[in-house]
Design a protein around this ligand. Structure first.
Ligand code: ZN
Length: 174
């Protein structure tokens, strides 16, 4: 297994729209394993392939406190959604920021599981929010897109400044 590098906002690669997965094979399952390792290590509750610079329609999630309920959704499609729920969201690609976002409370999704079998599942609560957040990534969309332009620009400037100071720190180590 290998830990993957997570892209950070405003990296333009986070804006790419992912294409469908064609084959659920050993290479794809290796990617799934690497994505879980990356997500658990971060730590986070969800990760879309887009965030590790793989532009295919695939996401992983685990919202359990024991970290023993892994979900793999390949080529997910929302069939139904209802209700609304506002919750504080964060994102591994926007480190350190949490903002309220409105989502559907309940969704029904069709997808392929890690064996390539087509299934339908219903999600609610945190898992529903997480799946919607990760599916946005596959469209090149980030949770900061739901915020005001001014707020998004503030976050972007602060993240760019943090990144520059991290790079300067590295540069002084000989
Ligand atoms: Zn995210």
């Amino acid at each position: 297994m290998a830990k993957l590098k997570i892209l950070e906002f405003p990296d333009p690669r986070l804006r790419k729209k992912a294409v469908p997965v064609e084959n659920v094979d050993a290479a794809l399952r290796q990617l799934v394993d690497d994505m879980f390792e990356t997500m658990y290590d971060a730590p986070g509750i969800g990760l879309a392939a887009t965030q590790v610079d793989v532009h295919r329609r695939l996401l992983v999630a685990d919202v359990s406190s024991e970290k023993n309920e892994p979900w793999v959704l390949i080529n997910p499609v929302i069939l139904e959604k209802d209700g609304t729920e506002v919750s504080e969201e964060g994102c591994l690609s926007v480190p350190g920021y949490y903002e309220a976002v409105e989502r559907a409370e309940h969704i029904r999704v069709r997808y392929l599981d890690r064996d390539g079998i087509e299934v339908e599942s219903e999600f609610e609560g945190l898992l529903a929010v997480c799946v919607q957040h990760e599916m946005d990534h596959l469209e090149g969309k980030l949770f900061v897109d739901y915020l005001s332009e001014a707020k998004r620009q503030r976050i972007r400037k602060r993240l760019e400044k943090d990144r520059r100071s991290r790079e300067e720190e590295r540069a002084t180590v000989f």
